[in-house]
Design a protein around this ligand. Structure first.
Ligand SMILES: [Zn+2]
Length: 121
C-alpha cells in the first residue's frame, strides 16, 4: 500500500557513505563494506557491555569543545552578517557577508569528519 521502502536512506549504517545501487531483490545492504559492518557490530556489543542505549553516543570532550568553539564563531558571524546586510544589501556587501559566513562555517566540515572518525584532534 505504501511506497516508503523506496525512500529508505541508502547510506551505510556505520560511516554514512552512500551505498551502491542494489540489483534485484533480497535483504537490503546496511553497510558499505565489511569493516563497517564489523565496527558497528563491535560498537553495539561494547554499548551493551556498558549498559548504553542505542541512542547514546560517547565522544571525546576535546571534540565537543572544538565543535562548540566553531559554533560560537559561526553564531557571531551570523549575527554580524544580519546586522551588516540590514544596513547595506549591495552586491559587494552581500559578497563580503557570504565570504565571512563561509569562512566561519568551513571548519564544521573538518570537525564533522573528526567526530565520525573518532579522532580527538
Ligand atoms: Zn561504511
Amino acid at each position: 500500500m505504501s511506497d516508503r521502502g523506496k525512500e529508505r536512506s541508502e547510506v551505510c549504517a556505520w560511516c554514512g557513505a552512500r551505498l551502491p545501487a542494489q540489483a534485484g531483490a533480497g535483504r537490503p545492504r546496511r553497510y558499505c563494506r565489511r569493516s563497517c559492518r564489523q565496527r558497528d557490530f563491535e560498537a553495539r556489543k561494547r554499548a551493551r557491555e556498558l549498559g548504553l542505549a542505542e541512542s547514546d553516543l560517547i565522544v571525546a570532550r576535546k571534540a565537543v569543545e572544538g565543535l562548540d568553539d566553531i559554533l560560537f564563531v559561526l553564531a557571531c558571524a551570523i549575527s554580524d552578517v544580519e546586522g551588516d546586510i540590514a544596513l547595506d544589501a549591495s552586491p559587494q556587501q552581500l559578497r563580503r557577508s557570504l565570504e565571512w559566513l563561509l569562512e566561519a562555517a568551513r571548519p564544521l566540515v573538518g570537525a564533522s569528519e573528526r567526530l565520525r572518525s573518532g579522532a580527538s584532534d
